[in-house]
Ligand binder design. Sequence first.
Ligand SMILES: NC(=O)c1ccc[n+]([C@@H]2O[C@H](COP(=O)([O-])OP(=O)(O)OC[C@H]3O[C@@H](n4cnc5c(N)ncnc54)[C@H](O)[C@@H]3O)[C@@H](O)[C@H]2O)c1
Length: 355
Amino acid sequence: MRKKDTVRLGLSGLGSFSVVIANAVKRSKKVELVTCFDVVPEKRKATGERYGCAQEKSFEDMVRRDDLDGVLLVTPNAFHREQTELAARHGKHVYVEKPIANTLADGRRMIEACEKAGVVLLIGHVHRRHAGNRKAKALIESGVIGKPVMVEANLSSGQGWDLTPDEFRWRGDDLGCPGGALMTMGIHQADTFNYIFGPVKTVFSLFNKLYIPAPVEDVTTTIFKFESGILGYLGCNFASPRTNWMYIYGTEANLLRTVARVDRRFDVERKQSVDQSTRLELFEKGKNQPQEIPLPIGDPILEQIDEFADCILTGKKAGNGRTFIPEGAGLDSRRHRVRKNRETCGCGSLIVGRM
Ligand SMILES: NC(=O)c1ccc[n+]([C@@H]2O[C@H](COP(=O)([O-])OP(=O)(O)OC[C@H]3O[C@@H](n4cnc5c(N)ncnc54)[C@H](O)[C@@H]3O)[C@@H](O)[C@H]2O)c1
């Protein structure tokens, strides 16, 4: 029987990250998991049994259900557009995991489809909800660092060594994950930049494939200029031990946000949240020692799912970023070419953001 005032959802794509999403749905008081779908029947069966929900034989069967309010798309990137369009056509709200899509054209079509159908489209960019990033934004807005000058960040991990031919990230084309490490991990930092500093105006990326066996780029470096004029750097690789840091430079102080975590599969339960592993330090002008900024411990994925429910229930506008990686950067990189990307995507930016 339908629980009162809950949003009823179907989960599509039952791979490694779906467990994180399904567990957050379980913790939420605002949503319930009604049904699930994966192209692999054994995965549907396992998820149905584990979460006590129904299973569908096709995605179309899922979106045709009258008792469903929305879908959670945790499918490989290449399926985000077609499943979003189909869901919107059936009046279903859409939560889709990052990145929104592999190409700008697909991303734009998804936005248009949801706007036309009048349904919510929320992109799962969880890093903007991490306590360290939120606090950094709040400190900058309160003027603590003076005027922001530049930002540098890196998000890398050795997960490239584990890529196998049955994973979508193994392929560097539009069916897989063009841009490799940048599209998989760097996009998290790109969205956080967007969240804290606003849109980017100019971008330049270098890609290379050095070590990992899969035919995708395993090292990328990107520099850019924000519309505000501040400059930035983003590094990202698939081949080194995990690192996750952001250094923000201001006229009065600098901020360093670091996350100390080792690589771990998503379906292995984590004992510690990202917020617990995060350190935020303020380096003020004229002081020898940094000041450690205390951080709250949140539940960012739950918050994201709850925001999706709030948008559906109250008509609130989704506050999440629609962050794109530039087409030029992703698609040409397999040929290891250096390419200056002046891709316009409406406002001439690497990152098209909506706050
Ligand atoms: N927010 C994050 O931190 C985060 C972390 C990991 C993955 N993700 C995103 O989640 C999505 C899935 O990643 P993953 O790591 O779970 O991948 P995965 O390869 O582990 O799982 C993908 C699943 O989708 C299924 N699938 C393939 N085609 C399908 C289709 N047409 N319809 C339904 N199911 C289909 C596969 O059988 C597989 O079970 C990606 O977009 C990825 O970028 C986000």
